[in-house]
Design a protein around this ligand. Structure first.
Ligand code: TXA
Ligand code: MG
Length: 312
């Protein structure tokens, strides 16, 4: 059931969470499917609703840095990153504190000795976290492997009655999931996302390695993900027979859906998942996507497109 987020529905959503229910809520990145991270049965319902493999751990969302430090060990680099980029689209993978091991459900960490934590910036997510008073485990609120939701309607389409309440806070502004950064045992970029790599590297003072170069575990980074029903063809100039075009920039044909006519990556990121869903709903065999530059948010956009086009 979709409800407009306000004082009353947020309080109601917090009660649902504390009783072990599932609440979908807006974050600045994408909509999340939330459960009380300390309640194993509630977290199990997330995996059932999404059809998500159990080896794939979840992000714990917390209200502020103090709450995050209750759960995970922050070194100097993590502290500097959190201070600069939180609240916002950055997830830190850090050693789970011994004291938190008994509090956080093992399903959240998938048995790893690390925890992914983030403080979301969206005001509704923040009010929900404050009202619930518990860390909220939340993956993106879509069927596992499919396109992430950037509106309450997307959540309803994918998960419908499996969710006890969908808090509607309008379209997600960033439109791409958070950047995931591991700091232990060595710094590694697990997933490019809404917080561009360049700004993180500027703060850290060194270039971030991809997790593939480091051996850091990234159980969720499956080759095929974010996939619409149609197959995808990347770096297309135009649409061929049986294809619909997803355009980018001023050179795209007039009639095509365009991620950003002016070529702005921020606008393209915000539109990406909704446009993929809209084109897919027309039932084409294939979606042809024009090239997107690899810098800034472009890295995360291209990561999602590559995985949406990977063999399934
Ligand atoms: O923007 C976001 O991050 C959204 C919103 C709702 O916050 N959430 C999200 O969650 O994208 P999800 O579950 O779709 O993606 C989280 C990723 C998964 O690929 C998972 O494998 C990874 O984070 N992850 C979680 N805990 C981890 C850990 N301890 N070590 C390595 N990867 C982890
Ligand atoms: Mg996801």
């Amino acid at each position: 059931m979709i409800v407009t987020a306000n004082e009353e529905t947020i309080a109601q959503a917090a009660r649902i969470l504390r009783r072990g229910g599932l609440v979908a809520f807006p974050t600045e990145t994408v909509y999340g499917l939330g459960a009380d991270a300390t309640n194993g049965q509630a977290v199990a319902r997330i995996f059932e609703a999404k059809g998500r493999p159990r080896f794939n751990p979840l992000i714990a969302h917390v209200a502020d840095l103090a709450a995050a430090r209750d759960l995970a060990d922050f070194g100097d680099a993590a502290l500097a990153l959190a201070t600069k980029f939180w609240p916002g689209p950055l997830t830190l993978v850090l050693p789970l504190r011994p004291g938190a091991r008994t509090r956080i459900s093992e399903l959240v960490t998938a048995g790893l000795d690390t925890l992914a934590v983030r403080v979301p910036a969206h005001p509704i997510a923040r009010r929900l976290l404050a009202a619930a008073g518990v860390p909220i485990a939340a993956p993106s609120a879509n069927i596992s492997g499919r396109v992430s939701p950037t509106s309450a309607r997307h959540v309803e389409e994918d998960l419908g009655p499996a969710v006890d309440m969908i808090l509607d806070g309008g379209p997600a502004q960033t439109g791409l999931e958070s950047t995931i950064l591991a700091l232990s045992p060595v710094p590694a970029l697990l997933r490019p996302g809404g917080q561009p790599r360049e700004e993180i590297e500027a703060l850290l003072g060194f270039r971030l390695q991809d997790y593939r170069e480091t051996g850091v575990r990234a159980p969720g980074q499956l080759a095929s993900h974010y996939a619409p029903r149609a197959t995808l063809r990347l770096n297309a100039k135009s649409a061929g027979p049986g294809e619909l075009l997803l355009g980018f920039g001023p050179r795209a044909p007039e009639g095509a859906l365009n991620l950003s006519r002016s070529g702005e990556l921020r606008e393209a990121a915000a539109n990406l998942f909704a446009y993929l869903r809209a084109l897919d709903a027309q039932g084409p065999a294939q979606i042809a996507v024009m090239p997107i530059p690899e810098a800034g948010l472009g890295e995360a956009i291209n990561d999602r497109l590559r995985r949406a086009s990977a063999p399934r």
